[in-house]
Design a protein around this ligand. Structure first.
Ligand SMILES: *Cc1c(COP(=O)(O)O)cnc(C)c1O
Length: 234
């Protein structure tokens, strides 16, 4: 069911309040955290809601679904891919998305680089790291992150903005805290080792925003808290 714009605005105010409170708690500026509304499994209307509320980027996790929606909005939203990417879709993705947050292997980096080059553009990416060592999550293993970054930095048509992770599902907030701290430490170590700036840490969702912000998140990806439960049937 599509939520009303008024209900979305109320949810947005609530989420912005949560972000500000989480920032205050650890002495960060609220502007240091960007909210990425996640519109997956919702009608394209909710991407328009985001635009009308002044947000300029949205996150989608299925390529096909996102491409369809892109054709249905007439505003200049930036679309970020936050779901798994198969290499046979990398041409479309390199042409259409503003950023890919889920680069987790060299093969995908190279494919995106090639197609971004053919499209005459530079594609922003994040490396997805399995910082929680969760067998159920994708992402490059922490030990393999340096090799992946090295390969991505060698791609002339990619711009590596930083890292992304998804914390393991757990009732214990310590698990999320440890995961997010580990992504930040990984970023710091990579930055030093390769002498590059990796400013973006995409971590935190509806259920673990506060932990992510405490550990340095610069982007929280939020679906449920903004738009309600997703309609998994369609
Ligand atoms: C769905 C999804 C989100 C949003 O999750 P919510 O719990 O609904 O806020 C964030 N990140 C990724 C990678 C997702 O797939």
């Amino acid at each position: 069911m599509l939520i009303s714009f008024e209900d979305f605005q109320a949810n947005l105010a609530q989420v912005m309040g949560q972000i500000a409170a989480a920032c205050r708690k650890v002495g960060r500026k609220p502007e240091s955290v960007t909210l990425l509304p996640v519109t997956k499994n919702h009608p394209v209307d909710v991407a328009r809601y985001a635009w009308e509320a002044g947000l300029r980027s949205v996150g989608e996790n299925r390529v096909q679904e996102a491409l369809g929606k892109m054709g249905d909005v007439d505003v200049q939203l930036r679309w970020e891919l936050i779901g798994p990417l198969q290499s046979n879709k990398s041409k479309k993705v390199a042409e259409s998305f503003a950023r890919v947050q889920t680069v987790d292997r060299v093969k995908i980096a190279k494919a995106l680089d090639r197609y971004a080059g053919e499209a005459g553009r530079t594609l922003s990416v994040l490396l997805q790291v399995n910082a929680g060592r969760d067998p159920a999550k994708s992402g490059v293993e922490l030990e393999e992150a340096p090799a992946l970054l090295e390969a991505a930095l060698a791609c002339p048509n990619l711009k590596v903005d930083g890292l992304m992770t998804i914390a393991p599902v757990s009732d214990d907030p310590e698990v999320a805290l440890r995961t997010f701290a580990s992504l930040r430490e990984c970023r710091d170590a990579l930055g030093e080792r390769f002498g590059v700036d990796l400013p973006e840490l995409s971590m935190g969702m509806s259920g673990d925003m506060e932990e992510a912000i405490a550990e340095g998140s610069t982007m929280v990806r939020v679906g449920t808290a903004l738009y309600g439960q997703r309609n998994y049937a369609g």
